[in-house]
Write a protein that binds this ligand. Structure first.
Ligand code: 4NP
Length: 178
């Protein structure tokens, strides 16, 4: 994990609520799924009052839409109801959120371009920073499942469940072992 990410997570360990924004391209597959996965983890820990969790897309093609039907079906099989309405990321998000997590390098470079100040840019982190050893062995980003079959959606959910649990533990315990 980058030193700058460790410093950000250490700050967040002391702060409540923790405000997390997940970002992908379309905001209908990866980032609303990440939002649902982290919300489920937080609920399981009876911790919802201390977390604000949302998602957004760098693109605007699907604004107002529910998540992709395929992602909703695969998520439901894991007990996740995805009811987010798609929105585009905006400059104000850098004020509203403590950490802004991009799914792939394209999302990250789009976010860096949008960041209004150097301090705002420090809030941008790659989702792969939270991958455990197994995920990291195969991936260093969350691949876009939009043009993939079922395996693509299952893979994304596996990566997100791993990363979100590590994110939750990193912030609540401040004992980062990766
Ligand atoms: P997401 O997937 O970025 O994970 O939501 C995509 C959804 C839609 C499109 C691209 C990626 N699209 O081009 O419409």
């Amino acid at each position: 994990m980058n030193q700058s990410t460790i410093e950000l997570l250490t700050l967040l360990h002391e702060k409540r609520p923790v405000k997390v924004l997940f970002v992908c391209l379309g905001n209908i597959c990866r980032s609303p799924a990440a939002e649902g996965v982290l919300k489920q983890i937080v609920e399981e820990h009876n911790d919802s009052a201390d977390w604000v969790i949302d998602s957004a897309g760098t693109g605007n093609y699907h604004v107002g839409d529910l998540p992709d039907h395929r992602m909703r079906v695969h998520a439901r099989q894991r007990g996740l109801i995805l009811d987010h309405r798609c929105r585009q990321v905006k400059e104000l998000d850098f004020d509203r959120y403590d950490i802004i997590i991009g799914m792939d390098n394209s999302n990250l470079s789009n976010l860096r371009r949008l960041a209004p100040t150097p301090d705002a840019e420090k809030k941008i982190v790659a989702m792969s920073e939270f991958f455990g050893t197994d995920s990291r062995r195969h991936y260093d980003y969350v691949p876009d499942p939009y043009y993939e079959g079922s395996e693509g959606f299952e893979l994304v959910l596996d990566l997100l469940q791993d990363a979100c649990l590590n994110l939750y533990n990193d912030i609540t315990t401040n004992n980062i072992t990766r």
